[in-house]
Design a protein around this ligand. Structure first.
Ligand code: TRP
Length: 330
């Protein structure tokens, strides 16, 4: 009964979509078997960039956690909690700040990238600079060995390990150095072939109805050179086929569609109709579970409150060790 621990979090900044499913949730579900999993709503992380409009964060937190359960996360197996309900994360974050050079945070690649990408937001706040350090606290407070993340987050884990080593140099060994557990799935493009993002409106959401899915798939970007069904088309880099690869379990059908697409013997309507059917087949059981979860008033909240209570016990235990190491044990 000494399973290694996994910790991962998601920011509550809107509804979850297929990108979250293949980029995180399916992996989270798979890890439940082998690890002691702690999954949390990173609401403070959402605040680092969304501090000017915080009113939807709690609703998004409940909505996202409902989707986690709908996607197959078992609240009996994994600990589901809310970051801000375990205030020890903030205490550890503060202590880590004492030993973290500002230049280390300025050098994290996502820092400058995100400031450019979110040009509509003022990200000159200290909280945003500290984002990866708060993330380090999230992970090491639970002695997590592994952190399932996408490759964009690897530098954050790198920073976590550097900060742990520096902390250990001053105060002795207290923490586990966390390793990233890379999610194997390739990144899916958005429906319009740009980066998938809620702000571009190019996502299929886990809570979309089957009619929404049919409509969205019909409007998907595909090979623009193919103005007629008898013109040979390009499969590689075509988002319609990336989605078929990711969601259509009938591999023979996918191969056949690809061949006919390349030879100009299939229409876009058929390719897209089959894709929408495959996506709906996958989402339907999740829709049902989500409806069951939401039919129980207060259930999601209960799961998060109970999970946070449990997480807090572990976090407080770690903080007792940390305070002793820093010689702040009164
Ligand atoms: N930065 C992560 C993301 O954007 C969210 C996150 C916050 C996280 N704290 C974490 C992920 C700790 C893993 C572990 O997706």
């Amino acid at each position: 009964m000494s399973k290694k621990r996994v910790v991962s979090g998601m920011r509550p900044t809107g509804r979850l979509h297929l990108g979250h499913l293949v980029g995180a949730l399916q992996n989270w579900v798979a890890l439940e078997r082998e690890y002691d999993c702690y999954y949390f709503v990173a609401d403070w992380h959402a605040l680092t960039s969304h501090y000017a409009s915080t009113e939807s964060i709690t609703a998004d937190a409940f909505d996202n956690a409902a989707d986690w359960i709908a996607a197959g996360i078992d609240p009996e197996k994994s600990t589901l909690f809310v970051q801000s309900m375990v205030p020890e994360h903030a205490e550890l974050y503060l202590l880590l700040q004492m030993v973290t050079p500002i230049s280390w945070l300025e050098r994290v690649p996502t820092y400058k990238e995100q400031i450019e990408q979110m040009a509509d937001k003022d990200l000159s706040n200290l909280g945003f600079l500290g984002y990866p350090l708060l993330q380090a606290a999230d992970v090491i407070i639970y002695d997590a060995h592994y952190v399932p993340v996408g490759d964009d987050q690897v530098p954050h884990l790198e920073l976590s390990r550097e900060v742990v080593r520096r902390f250990h140099n001053f105060y002795g060994d207290v923490f586990v150095e966390p390793q990233p557990l890379l999610t194997p799935t390739p990144r899916l493009p958005g429906l319009d072939n740009r980066k998938m993002s809620k702000s571009y409106g190019n996502t299929i959401d886990l809570a979309d109805t089957s009619a929404d899915v049919v409509k969205k798939v019909r409007q998907m970007y595909t090979d623009p050179k193919r103005v007629r069904a008898d013109i040979p088309g390009t499969v590689e880099g075509n988002p319609v086929f990336s989605y078929h690869d990711a969601f259509n379990l009938n591999q023979a059908e996918v191969e056949e569609l690809k061949q006919r697409y390349r030879s100009g013997t299939v229409g876009d309507v058929e390719v897209k109709t089959k894709l929408a059917a495959a996506i709906n087949a996958m989402l339907e059981p999740m829709r049902e579970r989500r409806a069951q979860v939401l039919a129980r008033p207060g259930y999601v909240r209960e799961v998060l409150v109970e999970g946070s209570r449990k997480a807090r016990v572990v976090a407080q235990d770690t903080m007792a060790r940390v305070r002793a190491a820093v010689h702040l044990d009164y």
